[in-house]
Design a protein around this ligand. Structure first.
Ligand code: C5P
Length: 226
């Protein structure tokens, strides 16, 4: 089977729409591979900070992105995939608000995106791939047979993030979170390079007010896997 014949379900949408949880559940249920493309942008940002490469230094960031030594290790049921950067487990560290913010800054640069493109396409292997991101259906896998755009209101996404952080013992202000989410949406949707938007052939699913199981069922149906 050539790579282009391997089925792909793309799941794009803003942060906090439930994409991460849903794509992991979809991949598990189908027994397919998983690409968390946001993690690659987060890793580029984290590696750049560690190597003291400025987040404005485009050429430096391209070289960081090209040289990323990263592996994703499957984990147990309901646990996040473990992310290893140069032999070190950075699963928790790449999820901080600061790294998310930095990722969104480096993701604006087209040459950085180009540097990560083939690495993302290499995840397409039999029996199939579930790809989580912002431009999976529009740029990285435009020929994917099933495309989903998962969304939720900014207020709902802020509430979810607030509950997640609270559970993890992190004290945050929900209004600050809401402002950060709005700012990140604004940057992701209005950038010139691969802006966040549904592919023309994507099915839009609004997860506001739905349980994870309800969203999963709708995604399976949208992907023709129900
Ligand atoms: O999805 P996640 O929050 O981990 O992504 C972090 C940032 O990486 C996003 O805010 C976005 O700017 C960028 N990103 C992107 N394209 C993708 C995935 C993530 O530009 N396919």
């Amino acid at each position: 089977m050539s790579n282009s014949q391997v089925p792909v379900i793309t799941v794009d949408g803003p942060g906090g729409s439930g994409k991460g949880t849903i794509t992991q559940m979809l991949a598990r249920r189908l027994g397919w591979h998983l690409l968390d493309s946001g993690a690659l942008y987060r890793l580029t940002a984290l590696a750049a900070v560690r190597q003291r490469v400025s987040l404005d230094d485009e050429a430096g960031l391209v070289s960081v992105a090209t040289g990323l030594d990263v592996s994703f290790l499957p984990s147990g049921e309901s646990e996040p995939v473990r992310v290893i950067l140069e032999g070190e487990d950075v699963t928790t560290e790449i999820r901080t608000e600061q790294t998310g913010e930095n990722a969104s800054r480096v993701a604006v640069m087209q040459p950085v995106r180009d540097a990560l493109l083939q690495r993302q396409r290499d995840f397409r292997k039999p029996p199939g791939l579930v790809a989580d991101g912002r431009d999976m259906g529009t740029v990285v896998f435009p020929d994917a047979p099933a495309k989903i755009f998962l969304t939720a209101t900014a207020e709902e996404r802020a509430r979810r993030r607030y509950n997640q952080l609270k559970q993890a013992g992190v004290d945050v202000n929900i209004n600050t979170l809401l402002e950060e989410i709005r700012a990140r949406d604004e940057r992701d949707m209005n950038r010139a390079a691969a802006p966040l938007k549904p592919a023309e052939d994507a099915q839009v699913i609004d997860s506001t007010g739905l349980s994870i199981e309800e969203v999963l069922d709708r995604c399976m149906a949208a992907a023709g896997q129900a």
